[in-house]
Design a binder for this molecule. Structure first.
Ligand code: FES
Ligand code: FES
Length: 175
């Protein structure tokens, strides 16, 4: 395989972005190293932990399992695209209110995975939330507070009539 760099174009958090990538470059590294979106974390690089989860064309994807060139032409949403400090996404608000994190390393990936879950199932049971968390590893919280945070997010969405889709990106905040 050639290592010659290729131009990769994608819409990230509502903005057209373009950068060069070697064919072997993972989407996770492309987002962090080429686009400076370091809110997407890398915990394992072997598709175990889910810290790298982003939305690609509306579906939650572990970005260490996808090459950057495979994401060419797609719409990608990272944690920077779902809300701002002054206008938190309901998922972020839920994590804030229910203390759904400790060290925070897993948190961006967990939130993106849960947004993906709610895109498919807007009103999951606690069991379904726990099943949805199977693909993400949190080493700190014991998951109880994460489940409560997701339930709070669902409650906020119901009370504010605010839809979940991550495509409804409201801005970009560099972390
Ligand atoms: S870094 Fe992608 S799953 Fe762990
Ligand atoms: S809050 Fe530390 S790994 Fe989840």
């Amino acid at each position: 395989m050639t290592n010659e760099k290729m131009k990769v174009n994608m819409t990230v958090n509502g903005r057209e972005r373009s950068a060069e990538a070697e064919p072997r470059m993972l989407l996770a590294h492309f987002l962090r190293d080429e686009l400076g979106l370091t809110g997407t974390h890398i915990g394992c690089d072997t598709s175990q932990c889910g810290a790298c989860t982003v939305m690609v064309d509306g579906a939650a994807v572990k970005s260490c399992t996808m090459l950057a060139v495979q994401a060419d032409g797609t719409e990608v949403t990272t944690v920077e695209g779902i809300g701002t400090v002054d206008n938190l996404h309901p998922m972020q608000q839920g994590f804030w209110e229910e203390h759904g994190l400790q060290c925070g390393y897993c948190t961006s990936g967990v939130m993106m995975a849960m947004i993906g879950l709610l895109n498919e199932n807007p009103n999951p049971t606690e069991k379904e939330i726990r099943e949805g968390l199977e693909g993400v590893i949190c080493r700190c919280t014991g998951y109880q507070f994460i489940v409560k945070a997701v339930q709070k997010a669902i409650q906020i969405m119901a009370e504010t009539d605010r839809p979940i889709p991550a495509k409804e990106a409201v801005g970009e905040v560099r972390s």
